[in-house]
Design a protein around this ligand. Structure first.
Ligand SMILES: N[C@@H](CCC(=O)N[C@@H](CS)C(=O)NCC(=O)O)C(=O)O
Length: 230
């Protein structure tokens, strides 16, 4: 291990990139659980050697616990955070609901992300027309729209699994937010997924999201450690 990379604050270390939806998923769960970590903000084109040493696959988020355990999948970081402290105001999924969450996560991390990248960054791909990819994302948004519509029959502010937030909202939110950012005016004026729009706007105005999205200084070995949340 190189110098200046140890757990300087006595807290777990989170390698993170502000805009990455997977890292956002991890930060949202850490905030919801009321935990604190040392956040090491990076840029993807210049990943810290220590991060690559503990997680050679080179994706964020990476959580490095004080006992040396490495958790380098966003869903597992989310589960770790919720195991430390389950938020009082959150719904606890039944086994059946957990299966539903897992299915949604597979959709997000698989086809949704595939089409989102091609919609948002068509220039990175050969001969890529973004609009069919936007349409493919919309078709997936519509399944969450039906779900939110059904949940809204019993409460005024529906979340994906009922009247309270859960890991489902935490996992889905960063991706829907990123989909909107690709063309905010289009998203805000689009029809066919109004329940998803209303659900997203509630989060966009929430302290939860604001607290999970601070602008952090770039980390380098030996840098002043940054607490997250502050
Ligand atoms: N399955 C991983 C995926 C994480 C992922 O792909 N993160 C992207 C950033 S959004 C990344 O680090 N990509 C590496 C790179 O672009 O070099 C997870 O859920 O944590």
């Amino acid at each position: 291990m190189g110098a200046g990379v140890e757990h300087a604050l006595g807290l777990p270390v989170l390698y993170t990139f502000r805009r990455c939806p997977y890292a956002m998923r991890a930060r949202l769960a850490i905030v919801a659980a009321g935990l604190q970590v040392e956040a090491r903000e990076l840029v993807l084109r210049d990943k810290p050697a220590h991060m690559l040493e503990i997680s050679p696959k080179g994706t964020v988020p990476v959580l490095w616990l004080q006992d040396g355990t490495v958790i380098d999948e966003s869903l597992e970081v989310m589960q770790w955070a919720l195991q430390q402290h389950y938020p009082d105001a959150w719904l606890r999924p039944t086994a059946e609901q957990q299966q539903q969450i897992n299915a949604w996560v597979s959709t997000l991390d698989g086809p949704f992300k595939h089409h989102l990248d091609r919609y948002k960054y068509p220039n990175r791909y050969n001969d890529c027309d973004p609009l069919p990819h936007r349409e493919a994302c919309v078709n997936m948004l519509k399944q969450w729209d039906v779900q939110l519509q059904n949940m809204g029959q019993t409460c005024n502010s529906p979340y994906l699994l009922g009247g309270q937030p859960s890991a489902a909202d935490c996992a889905v939110l960063p991706f829907v937010r990123q989909f909107r950012i690709a063309d905010e005016a289009w998203f805000d004026g689009a029809s066919g997924f109004e329940h998803v729009q209303a659900w997203l706007y509630r989060f966009l105005n929430s302290d939860w999201l604001a607290n999970a999205m601070p602008k952090l200084p770039l980390w380098a070995p030996g840098a002043e450690p940054t607490r997250f949340p502050a």
